[in-house]
Design a protein around this ligand. Sequence first.
Ligand code: CUA
Length: 157
Amino acid sequence: MRIHTYEKLWLVGSMVLIVGFIVTITYGSVGLGISMIDDEDENVAPTELNDDERFGEPRVEQVGDDEYAAYVVAQTFVFQPDPIEVPANSEVTFHVTSRDVIHGFYVPGTNLNAMAIPGQVAEMSVEFDEPGEYGLICHEYCGSAHHDMEGLIVAQS
Ligand code: CUA
């Protein structure tokens, strides 16, 4: 069967468009530097927390001049470590995940406010200008002792 030249052009043109759309949707975000799915190091399997180099031992670690990383695990009904001891007047980046169900990670009076979701790592940075104690509370319902789930951040001078 003979296909008219214009019909061929339209066929080819529409195929190019379709493939183009698929490529855009699949890879477009990469070119823009936006990642639609989390990078691998922002995920962690809840069942493998004990073997994870970040969360196997929840802790605060110095990562630069006046820069610290706090690795925090939320689980029913505690935060680890507790207390979380950080230096005041330093930038502290919190990496927070959950070992079991969804918890909250909220420090009133600061910008620290996230959900601790099993499998995911929430990241947020803060600088405590004033040395002191800051209460940390779980503000996502997580079970029978949700209302008792709290921790403490101690910003040391
Ligand atoms: Cu943990 Cu509510």
